[in-house]
Design a protein around this ligand. Structure first.
Ligand SMILES: NC(=O)CC[C@H](N)C(=O)O
Length: 496
């Protein structure tokens, strides 16, 4: 038998694989996959997350030295295993509205516009299938996350992220919809309606996400849905107040924080190509910190220039929004400034992109507050690091982080390093007056001790203890508990 798109198919052939697709973006696919990974791992099963294709500027460095979407690294954590490139064989990192850097098997193969990427897709589907196949031989279960909406029929012909993948490997699919945004029945029934018969057949049931309110009022709708579609509602997941699971990409549900009694105001310019915003999760969740992502400058104690996928363009944006003048003033009044990766590069004298790695070839004047110059190179540096932070003086506090950058910085400003890495390298530059700090390391706030040292440097006395690692694991368990209460895990296991 062949699918509506000509791919040979058999009935539910893929071993131990269950896929979650959504009726919309942000329906809760990532969270459901995270929860299922956690629940299966809690039963002592070996479970791997998988997302064929991810589009995100939040990425993670894997144990095997590649780059994948952040969500799959979080799901791996939920599954109790280290992240590896097979969990997300294709990652698209948008650099402009039309083009993305294409990362295959953990490594960038180039920056492509949509049409060019489409030409690569048939070959890429083979890479995706091969990665999935490797996981099925090693793990008891593979939980696959789709991308965006399953109903994007305009993209279906070359799809490898949703039904294109499910058809190719032949696996059952759960469809999840977000009731909080409304229209949930229309979303579910409408999605089934636009799918061809063979794809519709794969949908083994529905999950309704983010429900709050009176369940008796929902019940008639569920009965209607089951009757109308002949498919079960496998679970209604509750709205979980302030649930923290790292955001896949957009800042819509994450974002600004407000804590009663916060003593430190942090502002992060909302760069158009801001990358790795999960860097700020531990910081914005800290009880002493109020963090805001802003388009235009606002008064605060600490300004952090974040990572960027297109540093020179984001630097232009920063200037156009008035940040350069505002930051100078902020420094004059004793404020602190920090730059992470792309933001660090902006703090130097120049950013040179001779080969147009991030857009037009050329160079830009940096803000010039740290004595360094950055050249962007074809080769991307990807590594996880451990070490010590010497901010409070030797022997320093433990440090963890990761690097993802094509820029290489040189200059006298790199002399006084505050991060000593276990691989004998150094990182972390402090300006002579101690008010400006730059680093290539992402994820450094995740480590409690480093977070406290950095907050003290920024002017906070005796920061409260906040253990982000423990917090995020507890949140994963809160999510998993809710899914366990709402769904029958044994039933899900029997779908394949
Ligand atoms: N993660 C980042 O901020 C990367 C900065 C810059 N785009 C580089 O690759 O060097």
């Amino acid at each position: 038998m062949t699918s509506a798109y000509g791919i040979p198919r058999h009935h539910f052939r893929a071993k131990n694989t269950l896929m979650v697709q959504g009726t919309t973006s942000d329906a809760g696919k990532s969270a459901l996959v995270t929860a299922l990974c956690r629940l299966l791992a809690r039963q002592g099963l070996r479970v791997a997350p998988f997302k064929p294709q991810n589009m995100a500027l939040n990425s993670a460095v894997t144990i095997d030295g590649g780059e994948i979407g952040r969500a799959q690294a979080v799901q791996a954590m939920a599954a109790g295993i280290d992240a590896r490139v097979d969990f997300n064989p294709i990652l698209l990192k948008p650099t402009s509205d039309q083009g993305s850097q294409v990362i295959v098997g953990g490594h960038a193969i180039g920056t492509m516009r949509a049409a060019e990427y489409y030409r690569h897709k048939p070959a890429l589907l083979n890479d995706v299938i091969a990665a999935h196949e490797r996981l099925t031989t090693e793990f008891d279960h593979v939980i696959v996350e789709g991308a965006g909406s399953a109903a994007e029929i305009n993209l279906r012909a070359h799809d490898l992220a949703n039904m294109g993948f499910a058809e190719a490997i032949d696996c059952p699919v759960i469809l999840i919809a977000d009731i909080d945004r409304g229209g949930v029945f229309a979303h579910l029934v409408g999605t089934l309606a636009v799918l061809p018969e063979t794809e519709r057949e794969r949908i083994v049931g529905f999950v309704i996400n983010r429900f709050r309110g009176d369940p008796t009022l929902l019940q008639p709708g569920l009965e209607w849905l089951e009757h109308e579609t002949g498919r079960p509602v496998l679970g209604v997941l509750p709205w979980l107040e302030n649930l923290h699971v790292e955001a896949e990409d957009s800042l819509s549900r994450a974002g600004n924080s407000h804590h009663e009694g916060a003593r430190m105001q942090v502002v992060v310019p909302l760069l158009p190509r801001l990358s790795n915003h999960t860097d700020f999760d531990a910081l914005r969740l800290h009880p002493d910190v109020e963090l805001k992502f802003c388009h235009t400058p606002e008064p605060c104690d600490l300004i952090i220039l974040p990572g960027s996928k297109h540093v020179r363009a984001d630097l232009d944006w920063l200037r156009a929004q008035g940040w350069e003048t505002a930051i100078k003033r902020h420094l004059r009044y004793g404020g602190r400034v920090m730059g992470i990766c792309g933001g660090y590069q902006m703090l130097g004298h120049r950013i040179i992109d001779p080969d147009g790695v991030e857009g037009e070839a050329g160079e830009s004047h940096g803000l010039g507050w740290l004595d360094l110059t950055t050249t962007l190179q074809a080769n991307k540096q990807l590594r996880r690091v451990t070490g010590h932070c010497l901010l409070g003086g030797p022997p320093g506090t433990p440090l963890i982080g990761y690097e993802i950058h094509v820029g290489e910085s040189r200059g006298n400003g790199l002399g006084e390093n505050i991060f000593v890495l276990d691989d004998n390298r150094r990182d972390g530059t402090l300006s002579a007056d101690g008010c400006i700090l730059g680093t290539y390391l992402h994820g450094i706030f995740d480590c409690r001790e480093t977070l406290e040292s950095l907050l003290e440097w920024a002017g906070l006395t005796k920061p409260r203890h906040f253990d982000y690692e423990a917090f995020r694991l507890a949140e994963m368990d809160r999510l998993a508990d809710a899914v366990e209460d709402a769904m029958d895990l044994e039933r899900l296991k029997n779908f394949n």
